[in-house]
Design a protein around this ligand. Sequence first.
Ligand code: G3H
Ligand code: 13P
Ligand code: ZN
Length: 332
Amino acid sequence: MTSYTELGLVNTKELFKKAVSGGYAIPAYNFNNMEQLQAIIQACVETKSPVVLQVSSGARKYANQNILKNMARGAVEYARELGYDIPIALHLDHGNSFELCKDCIESGFSSVMIDGSHLPYDENVELTRRVCEFAHSQKDYVTVEGELGVLAGVEDDVSSEHTHYTEPGEVIDFVSKTKVDSLAISIGTSHGRTKFKPEQCTRDANGVLIPPPLRFDILEEIEKKIPGFPIVLHGASSVPMEYVRMIEQFGGHLKDSVGIPEEQLRKAAKSAVCKINIDSDGRLAMTALIRKVLAEDPEEFDPRKILGPSRDELKKLYMHKNLNVLGSAGQA
Ligand code: G3H
Ligand code: 13P
Ligand code: ZN
């Protein structure tokens, strides 16, 4: 049993409180390997931003739970070594069972998501309530994110063809019965690099897909029901066309890619949305630079020379998000 405070981590309670009142959002970046983690820490230290390090159950299987725990400890020490002690939370992304959440809490996570959004309402309430009861009764309080409404797209072990927007009429009951610390909602974002079907979009003069706007009306209704309560936005990658084009230039195929425009995320970050989840953009940046290096230097076979440029690009991407989209820069 390891408590997150032993690793130098923090839960999300204070981070979210400040983010909601300050009108910005904390970045929640997914990671699976060392280069991604280094880039996240470098970017967040340089921009003085708090950060949520996100681990999906797939990431946990890929990287190993003991290695991940020690990577998180290493991330805290690395930030200090770089000269600025930013607050770092370690969060389970899309936990799908009580047992997985418990396991993560006992191995040093400071925050977990229990994603019961695919269950009937009463079962979602009961599962989320049980996870909260366990997480909140730890010696060091572990924060819990629940979800109401279903995002289209594919997540680990859960996927949905269709979006079901969050029903504002349910949020007061859900929050009071479960005691969740934050609530993920569905207002039109989705996971992955194809967030909308082409027929849901229009096209600009260059044929680039322009997505429909997020349902800010639903967000506003939710905010009225639970004023100041921390809201989380999943599926918030912008899918930058520069990376999509680079990947295609060097042999990849990423047809119909479309993300959430940055202006809409900027608007969301100013509201009660205090955590914005980004995974796909990092994957795109990393793949783009790997493809470029391999195509431009076919003789290269040193992984450091192949992954180093990806790590630099990831750092640039995360700095840009903190500084220009989420508003988290300078808030640590
Ligand atoms: O929401 C899903 C995240 O992007 C994690 O993806 O389950 O493939 O690690 P993953
Ligand atoms: P993206 O696929 O838009 O990066 O969303 C990531 C996410 O929501 C992780 O939980
Ligand atoms: Zn998600």
